[in-house]
Design a protein around this ligand. Structure first.
Ligand code: UDP
Ligand code: MG
Length: 307
């Protein structure tokens, strides 16, 4: 019988662990498969770890890892994927926003031969402002990024063993999973579900972190911003050159007029701004190279179940 691993990144989810397990169990029991749950405690400051210890003592299918501090969801997912042993791996949030009732369906599609079964959430019942921002974000992103990104298709997905192994071959330090999932390709199946509200606790996303996530997404997936900088440079050089020729002839024909404060200050301000912006873009890439060359581990484990 094939084995399903369910990877669950958890950051301060103490009150969700037990309900999550019960919900998953009720939908997985009865399916023709073996399964394991791999919880990754991402350095929670509440009693998530204690809850995990307790659960894994009682239930043989439950395994866990605990990080030495908060490393972020990307690292937690990576650790879960590395630790999971199943023929298929399902990644789910621990707050029950990813409904376990979809598991039988997703497994079914995996059995049909799909390597990625993606559960895509629609945005029914979400705040208008958030909806609008996400729409804008995806429109912008898809102009910038080389791999297609779909709104609502996030980390909630089932991956075949070969898809997981492909993901694990990408060892970059700055991980942008949405892009990585899309990058590996393979046969995909998309199913839809209604947005669910969080069970307990609070979301860890603020507007700022979403904005930073957006910038990360663009920068970590291609060099198009650098291209833009080159285009801007070409445009400014050509117009500058034309302007000089124009002024030269103007001076030859009409003589030199001294007042030129407006044009001078405009050029200084505009060019200063563009140069700083470009430097910032280059700096972002260099910063990333810097982090990549350090080859630091993505996370540190302080405790595992089988020790
Ligand atoms: N999470 C994590 N590390 C973090 C932040 C979040 O492992 O630093 C987990 C969190 O416990 C949850 C999932 O990632 O299981 C999604 O987080 P959250 O619900 O805060 O995000 P949202 O659903 O609002 O996108
Ligand atoms: Mg959530």
């Amino acid at each position: 019988m094939k084995k399903l691993s369910i990877v669950v990144p958890c950051y301060n989810e103490e009150s969700n662990i037990a309900p999550f397990y019960e919900a998953v169990k009720s939908h997985v029991d009865g399916l023709p498969l073996r399964y394991e749950l791999v919880f990754v405690d991402d350095g929670s400051s509440d009693n998530t770890l204690a809850a995990l210890r307790q659960l894994s003592d009682k239930v043989a299918e439950v395994r866990y890892l605990s990080f030495s501090r908060n490393f972020g969801k990307e690292s937690a997912m990576l650790a879960g994927l590395q630790y999971a042993e199943g023929d298929a791996v399902l990644i789910m949030d621990g707050d029950l926003q990813h409904p376990p009732r979809l598991i039988p369906d997703m497994w079914q599609h995996f059995e049909e031969g799909y390597d990625q079964v993606i559960a895509r959430r629609n945005r029914n019942g979400e705040q208008v402002r958030r909806k609008w921002l996400t729409k804008l974000y995806y429109r912008l992103m898809n102009n910038f990024v080389d791999v297609p990104l779909v709104d609502g298709a996030g980390d909630f997905r089932l991956l075949s063993r070969r898809a997981v192994d492909s993901l694990l071959q990408m060892t970059e330090y700055n991980r942008f999973s949405k892009g990585l999932f899309s990058w590996i390709g393979f046969k995909e199946k998309m199913i839809e579900y209604d947005n669910e509200m969080r069970n307990e606790g609070t979301s860890k996303w603020s507007f700022n972190s979403l904005l930073n996530y957006g910038i990360d997404g663009v920068i970590s997936f291609n060099n198009r911003p650098l291209r833009l900088a080159i285009y801007a440079g070409i445009f400014i050089t050509v117009s500058g050159f034309l302007y000089i020729i124009f002024n030269l002839f103007n001076a030859l024909i009409h003589g030199v007029e001294t007042p030129g404060y407006f044009t001078t200050i405009s050029a200084v301000v505009l060019l200063g701004g563009i140069q700083l912006l470009t430097l910032g873009i280059i700096g972002e890439y260099i910063g990333r190279i810097y982090y990549e060359t350090k080859k630091r581990p993505h996370y540190l484990v302080q405790e595992k179940d089988r020790e």
